[in-house]
Design a protein around this ligand. Structure first.
Ligand SMILES: *Cc1c(COP(=O)(O)O)cnc(C)c1O
Length: 458
């Protein structure tokens, strides 16, 4: 019997027009943008895959929830609704809203990270690393070795290596390690999930040494979907049951609600410890706003509560992750080198294999992003040497093991015809790959340079 296909569990009620420039116009635009895709005007992009963050489509329920927003400064109904939903789904009793994920990091790390603090994790996300290094803390990447082999199949390439974690604790001393950050799914590692077993073993180690385990949770429900698909024993559990179990092993979480909560702006910290919550409250008030709104309007907290419910629905997750996999499968058929297995929110093209003639220090993934934009009006983002930035002490470039162009898919936004267009564009670049040349940096900021750096062709 033929396998039943999937179809999105929604239909379109409103459309937003997008504009396609000619190839010549795009060539001119990217030169004016000095070859940094962040410098382009969004209206000059046909299919925008720069991020899946804050770019997703809200549902009719979320849009109508906007009208329920209670904009009271303190103790609003909308805050209570959001907090109750977080406690119901994720289990944490203490919740602080923040304006987005990095703000949650700023507040929590103000309480936890000091100069010289060691923060182990599984390939820390760039803002997470930025907030730790800004405080003169040190990030130690303990991701499993399998993650750095871009074609090796491993169902949970986001896993943190328990031995590396133990060794890090032995080397630096538990007293210098205020927390471990476990990112689910691991964005920097390619949207790769962390298994329940791995979550449990990291939890056990942290418990043994009294180190806090904090989840960087932007894509926690996509992680739960992979656990249901790939982790033996979880196939009959619901997404909500898996999510609850995942978070039962954490002391707290930071959340960018712009991802799996399917809203355009927002975030939060959720914690088990009242003492840590109280410490964070002070920083929340300084940086974000009062503790019952923290940079969010009441209406946004309403949409967050509704979005968390929708974002943990199996049918939604199946359609979302299957669309990402569809992109991956089409590209793979064309022979384009990709990171495998496919990530939850994005497909990552292996730029060093795509352009073996461009040295890593000439930013092959940046080159690929520029060429794909010129070819098809598709905007991806570099996850490679530009993003990895310079070593904060030596100021040397620190090229990562893999050089990737990330094609992040916004939730509920594009159809598979858009996906076919992306595939076509990459095939065109693939066919003329030997003619593409490297880039060099003209100007860069001292920290998080990828957002604003300018380039010129070599
Ligand atoms: C997006 C993201 C963040 C930062 O969140 P913002 O809402 O963009 O500030 C932190 N960690 C991970 C894993 C992310 O994907």
């Amino acid at each position: 019997m033929e396998k039943m296909p999937y179809a999105e569990p929604w239909r379109v009620k409103m459309v937003e027009h997008i504009n396609m420039l000619s190839k010549e116009e795009r060539q001119k635009k990217i030169e004016e943008a000095e070859f940094n895709l962040f410098n382009l005007s969004a209206e000059d992009v046909y299919i925008d895959l720069i991020t899946d963050s804050g770019t997703s489509a809200m549902s009719d329920k979320q849009w109508s929830a906007l009208m329920l927003g209670d904009e009271a400064y303190a103790g609003s109904k909308s805050f209570k609704k959001m907090k109750n939903k977080i406690t119901e789904l994720l289990g944490f009793p203490f919740v602080l809203p923040t304006h987005q994920g990095r703000a949650a990091e700023n507040v929590l790390f103000s309480a936890l990270v000091k100069e010289g603090s060691i923060v182990p994790g599984n390939a820390h996300f760039d803002t997470t690393k930025g907030h730790i290094e800004y405080r003169k803390g040190i990030c130690v990447d303990c991701t499993i070795d399998e993650a750095s082999n871009p074609t090796l199949y491993h169902p949970f390439k986001g896993n943190l290596d328990p031995d590396k974690l133990e060794n890090t604790i032995q080397k630096y001393g538990a007293e210098n390690i205020p927390l471990v950050v476990l990112t689910v799914t691991c964005n920097t590692g390619g949207g790769q999930p962390v298994s329940m077993e791995n979550i449990k073993s990291v939890h056990e180690i942290c418990k043994k040494y009294s180190i806090k385990l904090i989840f960087d949770s932007a894509r926690f429900s996509e992680n739960a979907y992979f656990i249901k698909q790939r982790d033996p024993g979880f196939e009959n559990k619901s997404i909500k049951e898996i999510v609850k179990e995942m978070f039962s092993y954490a002391d707290g979480m930071t959340m960018s609600a712009k991802k799996d909560a399917i809203i355009n702006m927002g975030g939060f910290i959720a914690l088990n410890s009242e003492a840590l919550y109280r410490e964070c409250c002070t920083f929340n008030i300084i940086f974000e706003g009062y503790i019952t709104y923290g940079g969010m309007s009441g209406r946004d907290m309403e949409t967050l509560a509704a979005g968390l419910e929708e974002g943990t629905d199996f049918n939604y997750l199946q359609a979302r992750i299957s669309q990402v996999a569809y992109l991956g499968e089409q590209l793979k058929k064309a022979g384009i080198p990709l990171l495998e297995p496919f990530g939850g929110h994005a497909i990552y093209v292996d730029a060093m294999k795509f352009f073996p003639h461009i040295p890593q220090i000439q930013y092959p993934a940046q080159v690929l992003g520029v060429e794909l934009y010129v070819e098809a009006g598709v905007r991806g983002v570099e996850i490679g040497t530009v993003l990895a930035d310079r070593d904060p002490v030596s100021r040397q470039e620190r090229p990562p093991k893999i050089e990737l162009l990330r094609l992040a898919i916004p939730r509920r936004v594009y159809t598979n015809n858009h996906i076919d267009m992306i595939v076509w564009g990459l095939k065109q670049v693939w066919n003329r790959r030997n003619e593409c040349k490297g880039l060099k940096i003209k100007w860069e900021a001292p920290i998080m340079r990828h957002f604003t750096a300018t380039f010129e062709k070599i």
